[in-house]
Ligand binder design. Structure first.
Ligand code: RIB
Length: 314
């Protein structure tokens, strides 16, 4: 099978991860067990997930001139991601300061660094988007850059998959669209598939029930997948009732990047022509594998592992 070409525009971070039994409360100091420096960033994570799952991936992003910048580029190269369009800009790379607890849950502070410079899409980047079967976007870089890429994808008829993470500030922010959603209407109008987690879906719509939130989001995008963590995912499309796809039961050691793994694998499955239910099952197998290992990009499975986990026979 020919490998699908997927373009990703998004963040590249060095994840500075402290593993602790229980995350500290405000004002509290706790002693952790271990510290690791691991490649991450929502954009880079989705790029690695898609490349390991079998796609040819062009990463559009930026790293800094610090030591992390070279390490992040090399980590992407090692996973088979094309980094020709990964800019190096003067200054620090993005960093994510992460606390992972014994249940595998996390809390994250992101310092954007070089990612903050991603406000435009140049001609070479537009050409990469135009030649892709899908464009993956998230909200961890400036909105101007995300919008520019979405416009390019729309102009060239490229399927756009948006992960609206991190959740946007508040419905009263300047980004609020005419329908009360904290993402501009133009970006939603250029999105073919929106993949929020349950918290993001609630934040975007004001509806805590994921199925209600998905139905509300269908006013603005044709297809929605709400990721539900251990409960799986919920798929909704216009004209059909939402369906839930269960997740595998796993003992999680680190859920960081599980959503990115899911999105990268789902994009590969869909661009290869799998049906949505089949693609959701395969992506769920990929994220189940990733949560059993520490790190974001470092934990992402390769295609053979996903096929085995999903019960796909050659
Ligand atoms: O989605 C997980 C990612 O969020 C981490 O790798 C971290 O870099 C933050 O951006």
């Amino acid at each position: 099978m020919t490998r699908p070409h997927i373009a990703v525009l998004g963040s590249t971070n060095m994840d500075l991860v402290a593993y602790v039994a229980k995350a500290p409360q405000r004002g509290e100091t706790v002693t952790g067990r271990e510290f690791r420096t691991l490649p991450g960033g929502k954009g880079a994570n989705q790029a690695v997930a898609a490349a390991r799952a079998g796609a040819t991936v062009s990463m559009i992003g930026a790293v800094g001139t610090d030591a992390f910048g070279a390490q992040l580029r090399s980590a992407l190269d090692h996973s088979g991601v094309d980094t020709d369009l990964l800019r190096t800009v003067e200054g620090p790379s993005g960093t994510a300061h992460i606390v992972v607890d014994d249940d595998g849950g996390n809390a994250i502070v992101v310092i954007p660094g070089a990612n903050a410079t991603l406000t435009t899409v140049d001609a070479g980047e537009e050409a990469a988007i135009a030649s892709a079967a899908a464009l993956l976007l998230q909200l961890e870089i400036p909105l101007e850059g995300v919008l520019a890429a979405a416009r390019s994808a729309r102009a060239h008829g490229v399927r756009t998959i948006l992960t609206p993470a991190p959740a946007q500030p508040s419905p009263s922010s300047q980004l609020r669209s005419s329908r009360g959603c904290p993402i501009p209407s133009e970006l939603l109008a250029a999105t073919d598939l929106l993949i929020p987690n349950e918290h993001e879906a609630a934040a975007l719509t004001g509806r805590p029930d994921p199925a209600d939130a998905a139905r509300a989001l269908l006013d603005q995008v044709p297809e929605v997948v709400v990721t539900l963590g251990a409960a799986g995912s919920l798929y909704a499309a216009r004209g059909a009732e939402p369906v839930t796809v269960p997740a595998r039961r796993v003992t999680a050691v680190d859920t960081t990047g599980a959503g990115d793994t899911f999105v990268g694998a789902l994009a590969v499955a869909l661009t290869e022509g799998k049906s949505m239910p089949e693609a959701l099952g395969w992506a769920s197998a990929a994220s189940a594998l990733s949560v059993r290992r520490p790190g974001a990009a470092a934990s992402m499975p390769y295609r053979k592992e996903i096929d085995t986990e999903a019960g796909v026979t050659a």
